[in-house]
Design a protein around this ligand. Structure first.
Ligand SMILES: NC(=O)c1ccc[n+]([C@@H]2O[C@H](COP(=O)([O-])OP(=O)(O)OC[C@H]3O[C@@H](n4cnc5c(N)ncnc54)[C@H](OP(=O)(O)O)[C@@H]3O)[C@@H](O)[C@H]2O)c1
Length: 317
C-alpha cells in the first residue's frame, strides 16, 4: 500500500471510471470527485469553484492529484467558449497552483487535440502544439498552467478514448455498437481523419506505473498503432462477428451538421517519452478494443466463443 492520498477530479467520466478502480487498491486513500455525482463513491467538486477546491486541498491534503475534470464535448466547447475556458484552463490553473502550494504531484491529462493536425507522421512530445479549436486551445492553456504552477507535474496526452462502457462512454465505440444493436444494416464512418485510440483501462494502469517513476514531464500515452474511424468501425464489426452490415467510408463533411467543429486532420501520436524511460506498456488498439468489447459489451458479439481474449502485452504490475 502506497502511503499517499490521491485526489481525482472529473472522476465520474470515461477515464475516471477506469482510473478510480485501478488506483484504489494501491493507495492509502483515494478521493474521487466530479461536478455531478453519478456514483456513490464520488464526492462533489466543481473545479470552477475556487473556494471549494481550496477547501478540499486544506482538508484532504492530497499527495497526488489526477486532474481529469474537463469539458470534453468539442461542439459544446465551441459554442460555450467561456465554460470551456473556465473549466479546462482556469480550473486547471487553480488546481495547479494549489498543487504547487501543497507540494502535491500533479497529473494533468491532455489531448492530441492540442496539435493542428498538419503533420504527416505521428506527433511526438517534441512537436509544438498549435490548437485549431476551442477544446484544444483551452486544454493546451491547461497544460501551460499545470507546468507553470506546479514543479512536480506530469502532462499526459491521451488519444481517442475508448472506455466507460454503456453508462459512461460518450464516444465512437458505443455509438457504432448502438447502431448495430438497433439493427442498422448500413454504417458510415469517416476515413479522412487519423488518430490513435486509447483504452481507458490500459491508460489507467500505465499511468499508475508512470507515477511511480517520479519522472515528471510531458508524455503521450496512447495505444500502439494508428487508424481512421473507419478502421476502428471495421475492427468493431470483425470483433462482433458482424457480416451482414455494409460499412461505408465517408469524408468528415458527411457528419458536418452534427460534428461541426473541424477536427485536426491527424491526431496520431506515439509514446516516445514513455519508451525513453522504459515505461510504455500500451498495447495495440486492436487488442485493447477487443478486450473492451468483450468485457463491457459481450452481448454485442454474435458468434461469442469464436473470439477468445486477445493475447496482448501483459499490463500486470
Ligand atoms: N474523451 C477523449 O477522447 C479524451 C481524449 C484525450 C484526453 N481526454 C482528457 O481526459 C480527461 C478525462 O476525460 P474523459 O474522456 O473521461 O471525458 P469525460 O467522460 O467527459 O470526463 C470528464 C469529466 O469531467 C467532468 N467535469 C466537467 N466539468 C467539470 C467541472 N467544472 N468540475 C469537475 N468536473 C467536471 C465531467 O462531468 P460532465 O460529464 O457532467 O460534464 C466528466 O465527468 C479530460 O481531461 C479530457 O480532456 C479525453
Amino acid at each position: 500500500m502506497i502511503p499517499e492520498r490521491v485526489l481525482i477530479t472529473g472522476c465520474g467520466g470515461m477515464l475516471g471510471s477506469a482510473v478510480y478502480p485501478c488506483f484504489l487498491p494501491h493507495y492509502e486513500s483515494v478521493l474521487a470527485t466530479d461536478k455531478e455525482i453519478n456514483e456513490d463513491w464520488l464526492t462533489e467538486l466543481d473545479v470552477r469553484d475556487d473556494s471549494a477546491v481550496s477547501r478540499v486541498f486544506s482538508e484532504y491534503r492530497p499527495d497526488v492529484v489526477i486532474h481529469l475534470a474537463a469539458e470534453t464535448d468539442l461542439e459544446y466547447c465551441e459554442t460555450h467558449p467561456d465554460v470551456a475556458e473556465d473549466t479546462n484552463a482556469t480550473g486547471t490553473r487553480s488546481v495547479s497552483k494549489l498543487c504547487g502550494e501543497y507540494g502535491a504531484t500533479l497529473v494533468y491529462v491532455s489531448t492530441a487535440g492540442v496539435f493542428d493536425g498538419k503533420k504527416d507522421g505521428v506527433y511526438t512530445e517534441e512537436d509544438s502544439p498549435n490548437p485549431i479549436m476551442v477544446y484544444g486551445k483551452t486544454k493546451y492553456d491547461g497544460e501551460v498552467h499545470a507546468s507553470d504552477h506546479c514543479g512536480s507535474t506530469f502532462v499526459v496526452r491521451a488519444g481517442w478514448m475508448m472506455g466507460g462502457g454503456r453508462r459512461k462512454e460518450k464516444k465512437f465505440i458505443y455509438k457504432i455498437l448502438q447502431q448495430l444493436g438497433n439493427g442498422r444494416k448500413e454504417l458510415f464512418a469517416v476515413d479522412d481523419r487519423w488518430g490513435t485510440p486509447t483504452y481507458a483501462s490500459d491508460f489507467a494502469q500505465n499511468l499508475f506505473l508512470l507515477l511511480r517513476t517520479g519522472r515528471y514531464g510531458v508524455y503521450h500515452m496512447v495505444c500502439e498503432g494508428t487508424g481512421t474511424r473507419h478502421d476502428v468501425a471495421k475492427e468493431i464489426l470483425s470483433i462482433c462477428g458482424v457480416e451482414d452490415v455494409a460499412l461505408h467510408p465517408v469524408g468528415s463533411e458527411f457528419f458536418a451538421e452534427e460534428y461541426f467543429v473541424t477536427r485536426p486532420r491527424s491526431e496520431m501520436m506515439s509514446n516516445q517519452n514513455l519508451r525513453k524511460i522504459g515505461c510504455d506498456h500500451m498495447r495495440s488498439w486492436q487488442h485493447s478494443l477487443k478486450d473492451y468489447i468483450e468485457d463491457f459489451f459481450p452481448d454485442y458479439i454474435r458468434n461469442n466463443g469464436h473470439h477468445p481474449k486477445a493475447a496482448g502485452k501483459s499490463l500486470e504490475y
